[in-house]
Design a binder for this molecule. Structure first.
Ligand SMILES: [Zn+2]
Length: 476
């Protein structure tokens, strides 16, 4: 063994000292930002000029169209996506069969019959029952919230159609009336329910969406009308003018139908059994084209994998795309995916969901089961730091902001069982203008914003699947 010369020892000693004293610097030099700068640059560059992703979204929204659970369009979309994923060269492309609720709208309308006659644009609410064949004609009683409903009580509600003219105070609080409003009104003897569409801005467009029919022991036919008509009926009531309407709906629930989650992946090169999963929901309401909600997200996650494949970037772990079925009126796809994992769920490193439309993206929010994002939980803080390092790779497209709290409906079952969840976020300026309407069409999407979403999912998905450590170390 050769004795080390004095200068060599000095250098080694200095090195040892630096490893201790310059720990921060050393860590910075090997940050995820530095490690993945080249790969991220290639991914972003490819995504921002990518054409096939937009072509897929165009085909889905234009040729196939909206895709409610149980509809032939959804199953056409499922079959097409699986074929096209195979053509893209993704690995292990497969369908995960899922039984889904099958509600059909049928013909429907609402007309004012007194004090004048005019039709009102409307959309029946998902899960609603039908009216009798002759429809329901009754006076409208207007309330602004459940307290007003209860205050009026059975005496004033019985035999009437209740209109919830509830001002928008955000999606969460306002959507409660769509979920349980019909059941609450039915309990007091109402014969029908109308809802001011759940949106903060309207150009005379009704918005549909699911009712919560699980726990309702009574219900009535229910439909959304426009913000404008809702406000008009409310003003008429305030002026002492009774508005009578005729509600006609043929809606019905059929036996569960066959559907499927579409799954494709890039198999991990070192730890194929560990998985980062990302995607959106492939079903939509039976209006519009399911473009913002949620076709764009599905195609963005899928195209992110396709671009990785084209660039020959094979992450350490498996990166998987799932196009979940039946988010809108059942969540059966997300549940079936979770159940299929069984105890293997611990192999899921992270789940990323995009279900907020394809406006200009800004970043991701992190959610971790049982952890208050503001509690300074050390596991959460460590994950935030890693995500911020990855987020810096997306600064060039202004899509790397990492915020506290996040997730999504389809990854909810995974998150509840401990998988860290990331919700993709956008500026969210106009999403709820189009949400669940006939206006949710391809023309509302800026192709370049869509391409940025592809870029951010490609970078985040790739780094999470490739980085040496897991995003969150398994709880001891
Ligand atoms: Zn959605």
């Amino acid at each position: 063994m050769k004795t080390l010369s004095l200068p060599t020892r000095a250098i080694l000693a200095l090195g040892f000292f630096c490893a201790l004293a310059c720990g921060g610097l050393a860590q910075q030099q090997t940050s995820l930002t530095d490690q993945y700068r080249d790969a991220a640059g290639r991914l972003i560059g490819a995504a921002l000029v990518d054409k096939p992703g937009w072509e897929k979204l165009t085909y889905l929204t234009t040729v196939i169209g909206h895709r409610l659970s149980g509809s032939p369009q959804l199953e056409r979309a499922v079959a097409w996506a699986a074929d096209a994923m195979r053509a893209d060269g993704l690995d292990n492309v497969r369908l995960q069969l899922v039984k889904v609720p099958h509600w059909v709208r049928g013909r429907e309308y609402v007309s004012v019959v007194a004090p004048m006659e005019r039709p009102l644009p409307m959309l029946g609410l998902g899960g609603s029952i039908a009216t009798p064949p002759e429809g329901i004609t009754a006076p409208v009683v207007v309330v602004s919230n459940f307290d007003e409903l209860e205050a009026l009580g059975q005496e004033k509600i019985s035999g009437k159609i209740v209109l919830y003219d509830v001002p928008w105070t955000g999606y969460g609080p306002t959507v409660r009336y769509r979920s349980i409003g019909a059941a609450r009104a039915a309990k007091l003897g109402a014969v029908g329910m109308l809802l001011r569409s759940v949106t903060d801005r309207s150009l005379y467009t009704p918005h549909t969406g699911a009712m919560d029919t699980r726990s309702a022991d009574a219900t009535v036919p229910a439909a959304a009308i426009t913000v404008e008509d809702s406000a008009w009926i409310h003003r008429m009531a305030d002026a002492g003018r009774e508005v009578r309407v005729k509600l006609y709906m043929e809606a019905k629930m059929l036996p569960d139908a066959d559907s499927a989650n579409v799954i494709g992946e890039i198999t991990g090169r070192e730890k194929p059994e560990e998985v980062v999963v990302m995607g959106g929901h492939f079903d939509s309401w039976d209006v519009g084209q399911g473009a913002q909600d949620d076709g764009a997200s599905c195609i963005a996650a899928w195209q992110a994998l396709t671009i990785l494949k084209q660039l020959g970037l094979k992450p350490r772990r498996t990166l998987r795309v799932v196009l979940w079925t039946n988010e809108e009126n059942g969540l059966r796809g997300g549940q079936a995916y979770r159940e299929s994992l069984g105890a293997d769920i611990s192999s899921h490193i992270a789940a990323i969901e995009m279900d907020g439309g394809a406006e200009k993206p800004v970043g991701f929010g992190l959610g971790l089961a049982g952890v208050d994002p503001n509690s300074k939980d050390p596991r959460y803080e460590a994950a935030m730091e890693k995500l911020k390092q990855i987020g810096r790779l997306l600064e060039g497209i202004e899509a790397g902001e990492i915020t506290r709290g996040g997730g999504g409906a389809d990854i909810g079952p995974l998150m509840r069982d401990g998988v860290p969840g990331l919700g993709q976020r956008t500026i969210g300026e106009r999403y709820f203008d189009w949400h669940h309407t006939n206006a949710d069409t391809l023309d509302k999407i800026d192709p370049q914003n869509f391409r940025k979403a592809v870029a951010m999912l490609a970078v985040m998905g790739y780094v999470l699947a490739d980085m040496p450590e897991r995003l969150v170390e398994a709880a001891k």
